[in-house]
Design a protein around this ligand. Structure first.
Ligand code: ARG
Length: 420
């Protein structure tokens, strides 16, 4: 019997006695590899593995598949979801300038609802009764995955063994050793806890948990440390149509490929390193080191163009809606109707976001240097200091100021009556 003292506390958690056929979200790492064996052993259940390709760099999915089958999975599917991730998830995030905290563009938070949705589809197609995942009980990812499964598939149950099996890394390594599970990098040094996809990479754990410990260079596996970046700056031009990046340096690319390319250019120049303390949805504060070379370029380009084509009123409203969008997604509520309502606004607001932004990359910095758009609410003739006539009359300015400042002047007088 699995977890003799485990009792479900929610409607969607599996009752161990009823688990027969499990779809495991498998990454190939230690936790989910141990889990693959552990579920077979403790639940006497069949395990099917599902691995989702969201563009995590340097991953060999055939090796992961082989490992799952070696560990006794009755089947292992690898799904290439890069296009869907880019077009249905990251694209919406770009339109919403989605950033949580100081600089987290939500790559993990965007990936989890898609991974869980694919798990639901595959569990249904293969007759599984339960979905298993490797999230801990302290993070945001359990919220995103459990909430997705419970929303989309009330008939399916969830197990998250890491929440209950009470094994630390040492016990897991010991379990792996006795069950013939290969352990990458040996037992001694616990590795960083990594999550990545085509929109970014995060590292947690080890010295990162010491807030006064400055980043060690070995954490940066994607972005070149700025000190080592080229001495020559590079200009990158991002072209957008209706809020979506469509070309890089004049070359039209599918979004997934464009993001990958932007990531490579940004990484070379040390762009997109963020060291942030984050308020998790479960209440903890945790430090993350992020590497976000694609997002650093693309979000900057989008935001710049959006401001250029938006009126002052649109530009004042949107950041508040953007922030709401980002928090819903961060906090695991991708399927909440408000998110779709906000997307309708994002689409409307992005209808004019078409044009090109040039960004200069140099030793860790990304700076907008050029912009052009047929929809720019900008007229060089009007903006210049020279007399322009036409739409703008400088002679009308004093009249405007008189009425614009009327209430403020009256209030000042009332408040200073006694003094006078
Ligand atoms: N702090 C980020 C988030 O909550 C990144 C989490 C990374 N996930 C992970 N399993 N290491 O979305």
């Amino acid at each position: 019997m699995a977890d003799p003292d485990f009792a479900p506390t929610s409607s969607y958690e599996a009752n161990p006695a009823e688990v027969r056929r499990v779809l495991l979200l498998y990454s190939g790492g230690l936790d989910t590899s141990v889990m693959l064996k552990w579920i077979q052993e403790h639940y006497e259940a069949e395990v099917l593995a599902l691995t989702v390709n969201l563009g995590q760099p340097g991953e060999d999915f055939e090796v992961i598949r082989g490992k799952a089958l070696d560990l006794g999975a009755v089947d292992c599917r690898v799904v290439d979801a890069r296009e869907e991730f880019a077009n249905e998830y990251v694209a919406r995030a770009i339109k919403a300038n989605a950033v949580y905290g100081q600089g987290y563009p939500l790559f993990t938070a965007l990936g989890r609802p898609l991974i869980a949705k694919l798990a639901v589809e595959h569990a249904r197609a293969t007759g599984c009764d339960t979905i298993a995942h490797g999230c801990t009980g302290k993070g945001n990812d359990q919220v995103r995955i459990d909430a997705t499964v419970a929303t989309l598939a009330p008939e399916l149950k969830v197990i998250a063994p890491v929440r209950s099996w009470r094994m630390g890394r040492e016990e897991e390594v010991a379990y792996a050793r006795t069950h013939g599970i290969p352990v990458k990098g040996g037992a001694e040094a616990a590795p960083y806890s990594i999550d990545d996809n085509l929109w970014g990479r995060s590292s947690e754990g080890r010295w990162i948990e010491e807030l006064d410990h400055a980043p060690e260079d070995d954490v940066f596996q994607l972005v070149t440390p700025p000190e080592q970046a080229p001495d020559q700056p590079e200009l990158v031009e991002v072209e957008l149509e209706r809020g979506i990046p469509v070309a890089l340096n004049g070359e039209r690319l599918e979004l997934a490929a464009l993001l990958e390319r932007a990531g490579q250019i940004g990484a070379r120049h040390g762009v997109g390193i963020v060291d942030q303390i984050e308020d998790r949805v479960v209440g903890l504060k945790v430090r993350d080191i992020y590497e976000l070379p694609a997002a650093a370029i693309v979000l900057l380009a989008h935001q710049e163009l959006e401001r250029l084509v938006g009126t002052i009123h649109q530009n004042q409203l949107k950041p508040g809606l953007d922030q709401k969008w980002a928090y819903l997604v961060y906090a695991g509520l991708w399927w909440e109707p408000l998110r779709a309502d906000l997307d309708a606004y994002m689409d409307a607001a992005n209808a004019q976001v078409t044009g090109t932004v040039g960004i200069k990359l140099y030793k860790g910095s990304a700076r907008v240097v050029t912009r052009s758009s047929p929809s720019a609410i900008y007229d060089a003739q009007l903006a210049t200091f020279a007399e322009s006539g036409g739409l703008f009359s400088q002679a009308a300015a004093p009249g405007f100021i008189e009425l614009w400042s009327l209430q403020s002047r009256m209030a000042w007088r009332v408040r200073h009556r006694e003094e006078g």
